[in-house]
Ligand binder design. Sequence first.
Ligand code: ADP
Ligand code: MG
Length: 379
Amino acid sequence: MPETDLMPEPSLTVPEALTGSGKPLSVTRLRKTYSGVTAVDEVSMEIAAGEFVTFLGSSGSGKTTTLMMIAGFCEPDSGSVVVGGRDVTRLAPQKRGLGFVFQQYLLFPHMTVWENVAFPLQLRGVPKAELRRRVGETLEMAGLSSMTRRRPRELSGGQQQRVALCRALVYRPPVILMDEPLGALDKKLRDQLQTEIKRIQQELGLTVIYVTHDQEEALVLSDRIAVMRDGRIDQFDTPQELFERPRTPFVADFLGAANFLPGHVEEQTAEHTLVRLDSGGLLTARPQAAQDGTRVRAAVQPGRLALCPPGDGFCTGTVETVTYVGTLVRATVRPVGGAHSELVRLELPAGRAPALGERVGLSAEPGNVSVFPDAENGG
Ligand code: ADP
Ligand code: MG
């Protein structure tokens, strides 16, 4: 028998409480400190069956620690983890009924691809015929049928990671945890495996919790994204909501690379907040509870800005740079005529590129402009 502590294995049977549960996982006020430093601070979330949820944040934001507390490899200071209605906070990892895929593949080097994938089923005493069928199906789904007799060292990094994925999928755990599983691969392979992971997840209706620091990867894969910062969740929402209604400047910046335009609230109505920008113009934004005169930053993503005739829109300026990026063009505009002249970044279809030095106006739909009190310096 190979060493089992290399790759912790979940229990032989799926806990009864999991079957037919609409809410496979809930985490309540999880906290972890390391010698006085808070790594995870009161993280709570509920994840529904079949959801693909991603923890997104920069290095050190507490993603892995949160995942390890859910997995059972790291004991929380306080808080609880409930899987399928059962409190598993103090249970050993292998008793939680969860699957894992980590960045380092952790394949058994002396076993073939087939044996690696069959291993979790052997552990569970699955009868031979069924084992053969399930291993065969899983390898086929991942496009590995032609290399079942190879050993890990005879495979590329991408192939090894696919084997690791198969090994986690083969016993159909109700929830699979993945910590930067594609982090070691090059961009092209990563794109390809992202598509495969998503396809398999949808095909099998898997519940996945995925960790990444890559915004694009999170957007491609996730039904919902928990944006983490300093051990806390800033916002837990669908990609669309995160883009359209960022709740903090950090989220607006991290996901949308937003422009932050300084100004003050000039007027509030039920439908809008009017912001007088320091660059001179008047910008209409989504309503935000703030008193007139409050210093604010209006956030708008480069892709949500449009060109208009100079003098129209919320800003008039001069085009300083134009860069083609495939079918898109990125441009920067230097506002003129106001006290504030920080560059505004915009992104347009390549066909609408302005000319260098051109004088242009900028406009934005009010629904695409968020307003944050200036004190909230989250970025
Ligand atoms: P992420 O996965 O988002 O990069 P981690 O969860 O690994 O972040 O780390 C969160 C914070 O906790 C970091 O400041 C990290 O240095 C600290 N940390 C993580 N694990 C340990 C540990 N075993 N001992 C001490 N500090 C740790
Ligand atoms: Mg990590």
